[in-house]
Ligand binder design. Sequence first.
Ligand code: NAD
Length: 494
Amino acid sequence: MTTLEQGTGHGSGAAPAVPVTVARGDGIGPEIMAATLRVLDAAGARLAVEEIQIGEAVYDRGHTAGIDAHAWESLRRTKVFLKAPITTPQGGGFKSLNVTIRKSLGLFANVRPCVAYAPFVPTRHPKMDVVIVRENEEDLYAGIEHRQTNEVTQCLKLMSRPGCERIVRHAFDYARRHGRSKVTCLTKDNIMKLTDGLFHRVFDEVATEFPDLLTEHLIVDIGAARLADTPEAFDVIVTPNLYGDVLSDVAAQIAGSVGLAGSANIGEHAAMFEAIHGSAPTLAGRDVANPSGLLLGAVMMLVHIGQADVAETVHNAWLATLEDGVVTADIAGPERAPVGTRAFADAVIARLGRQPAALPSVTYPAGSPRPTGTATAPRPAPVKTMDGVDVFLHHEDRDPAALAALLRSAAEGARLHLQMITNRGVKVWPDGIPETFCTDHWRVRFQSPRPGAAGRRDVVDLLDRLDRAGLDFVKTEGLYRFDDEPGYSLGQGQ
Ligand code: NAD
């Protein structure tokens, strides 16, 4: 039982209680959730808590994603989820609960503030205050992978314009609402000109709607190096899924506070709030775990549901607690005596209404954030034409010239002509050099002599000819133009 109101009634204040779904999770989850809910209750959070069970017990009942139909029903109704960490079972057959929830509810934005609390939590970057906004659904995490030949596997990197627009707009909206001054975009568009190039282009477009904010774009490798070296130079960072996954852990670590960080996963229809750490099974049941990460996740939830006043009260009391040297064992170090999970929550409750003295106090924007959708003006559909096709072959012989001869003979009389052969993106025909290492996976490019003049029938005809010549094609990619702009990389990789 929580001390907050159960069911769908109204809290003690005049404003109606907001239904939220709560899961106590596994390991240290129940202890840190109890501590968190006690603080929220004492601070006057207007919540109607609905509890669901997720994690180990549900996996054990045979639900491979650790969540059942009853829990989904609650989540889809309340649309707000405060989640304690769960233990992911080892071994095959189980799916990650977080990935399942994120994908099913379309939680496209992961927002993770990474803040230093020096000198109360030791860090080499005392002025660090960075928010990482990570795209959560696309990029290499679509989970579309194939083994195509004996030697080669591939993973598809998918980036959509609506996906880029809503994450970038979410980052700008967040920056403006939270009084931030700069948004930095990190991509690798010097190499991935189409996919990361789209993210960068959308960033530049959306930036024009936020002239009050400074913007910059950095290539992710130098951006990551600078983040690790001078994190105080950054404010809000927006980045695609994979880079964001890596960088948000780096940022939390160098802030000195992995155990203190909360995060939000936001979608158009629902949102989930949690600590960034796991269920720490070895600490479970010992009243030693730090509830701060989950508590700060809950603060983000309060802002999301329009209870900024309560969020400020809780967050400032928590800062005052840190300043008073009240810390759990993970932060205490050798000089300070730690308190337990329950005592830490009591200390925060005792400071409700207080502001921190040395650390900056927090203020949060009133009102609920507007839902972030794609919300851009509809664009006219571009004219799509086709130049030809890239055919990928599984071919054991490693002689490019011999393969070219085979292909030309097989495609004799076809409307599409052989232009180029690459191996792992490096051009090996025409004009290859013998030093290039080749695998059994070849890309052979066939094009119509006139741009835009190819058709699907030409591809079918070409494939039929290759099949009859005994060539093992493992996939094709159309070479399209959109309003006459080539929608494919032109040459070899870099
Ligand atoms: P973990 O985050 O649980 O623990 C890493 C280290 O940090 C451990 O030393 C732990 O004792 C310590 N720690 C973590 N949270 C703490 C807290 N609140 N207070 C004090 N110390 C804390 O990571 P792990 O050990 O790799 O994973 C344990 C389990 O958690 C695994 O089953 C994993 O799959 C799961 N996990 C769940 C989530 C989630 O539900 N969101 C996230 C990460 C890991």
